[in-house]
Design a binder for this molecule. Structure first.
Ligand SMILES: O=P(O)(O)OC[C@H]1O[C@](O)(CO)[C@@H](O)[C@@H]1O
Length: 251
């Protein structure tokens, strides 16, 4: 795994956007895996800024999101459909029918999972998957204990994840307790992975990812076994300095 240390969250976001842009420029029909959460928001802002300044085109790019809550409509401000439209899709020239996110309102959710994996395969897999890191080591919504060979599936969120994500909702009771997520098996099939980590509060998780033995109780540890992972992390996350992180909330 290659680790790139940046000064701060802003710098991490700029470097991440540059990293993604280089890939898209070298392969315009790029299959890009996207993440949500607070971490990639400014990376997406940088992509938008580049699109406005340099007219980088997304006409041939296809995107696949990692996950979606079960039970939220696409118009719900806390759904990941809404998040992606707000933070990226509405501001670049990507055709709507080339952006894929699991449907958390599907009548048959099991079938939705199978079809999501089939769709990714139909597009010959993901060229670059962007990931954030949960405090408990989750990637996507793969909580501790998830078998590494799982493909896209339905999960019940860990209490700690519900608590961590409650900051985006009016109250913790409003946070859905279930989601559809690409599994570790699906994520590991990506040709390349870019993990973004920011803030003192992620220091312990990043240390475990880098140094613990690979184990299902810390899902992100599996990344040690992927052949092409780049981690862009800020100083706070790498060194674990005792200071407040300066990460922007996404709404
Ligand atoms: O970037 P954040 O908000 O710290 O979240 C980390 C991870 O947790 C999730 O938000 C899920 O809880 C992922 O989507 C994200 O990658």
């Amino acid at each position: 795994m290659k680790v790139i240390q940046t000064k701060n969250y802003q710098d991490m976001s700029e470097k991440a956007a540059q990293f993604i842009l280089e890939k898209i420029k070298s392969k315009p029909d790029f299959q890009l895996g996207l993440a949500t959460g607070g971490t990639p928001v400014t990376t997406y802002q940088n992509l938008i800024q580049d699109h406005q300044t340099n007219q980088t085109s997304y006409q041939l790019v296809t995107t696949f999101n990692l996950d979606e809550y079960i039970g939220l409509s696409n118009e719900d401000p806390n759904s990941y459909h809404y998040y992606m439209n707000k933070h990226l899709f509405s501001e670049i020239d990507i055709p709507a029918d080339q952006t894929f996110i699991p449907n958390g309102l599907a009548e048959d959710l099991e079938r939705e999972c199978i079809e999501y994996d089939a769709l990714i395969s139909k597009y010959n897999g993901i060229d670059l998957q962007i990931l954030g890191l949960g405090h408990n080591g989750h990637i996507g919504f793969n909580e501790p204990g998830t078998p590494f060979d799982k493909q896209t599936h339905i999960v019940t969120l860990a209490d700690s994840t519900v608590e961590a994500n409650a900051r985006f909702f009016d109250s913790i009771e409003d946070v859905p307790t279930q989601a559809i997520t690409m599994g570790i098996g699906s994520i590991m099939k990506s040709k390349e992975i870019l993990l973004l980590v920011s803030g003192r509060e992620k220091h312990e998780a990043l240390q475990k990812l880098l140094h613990d033995e690979v184990n299902e109780l810390f899902p992100a540890s599996i990344l040690q076994r992927h052949k092409n992972v780049t981690i862009i992390a800020d100083e706070d996350a790498i060194i674990g300095k005792d200071m407040m992180q300066s990460k922007s909330a996404y709404r």
